[in-house]
Design a protein around this ligand. Sequence first.
Ligand code: DQA
Length: 144
Amino acid sequence: MILVLNGPNLRRLGTREPDVYGAETFEDLAALCRDTGRALGQHVEVRQTDDEAELIGWIHEAIDGRIPVVLNPAAFTHYSYAVRDAIAQRTAPLVEVHISNPAAREEFRHTSVVAGVASGTIAGFGLQSYVLALHAIAEMKPTS
Ligand code: DQA
């Protein structure tokens, strides 16, 4: 089991700034993640929330269940110390992903407060960032 967690505004993929995030919808993303999981022999559950508290609750659930996570924290990436502190307690791999490449965008996106407590970060490959992250998790030791 791998949880794919998505932060604010990501349910609006497809209509949200398509020049930056592409034309595919959140449902397309969810199907891509589930299909990738199936090919890797892993059950993948995809969730999205605009609510910081709900996202932190899901991270706690992953920690308590030792469940690996692919996380796109969206804008929380850049300022949420609460999300960072939740991830710092992790007991299994957590890969930070971004559809766009935040390092090539506005200055405020250059900082990730999450990166330092993630296993690693994959950014800038569109929806393929999630596919790469799922492959990375499948290759990793359960405790990395
Ligand atoms: C994002 C990049 C963030 O800067 C932005 O706030 C998002 C999406 C991405 O996937 O490219 O909402 O995480």
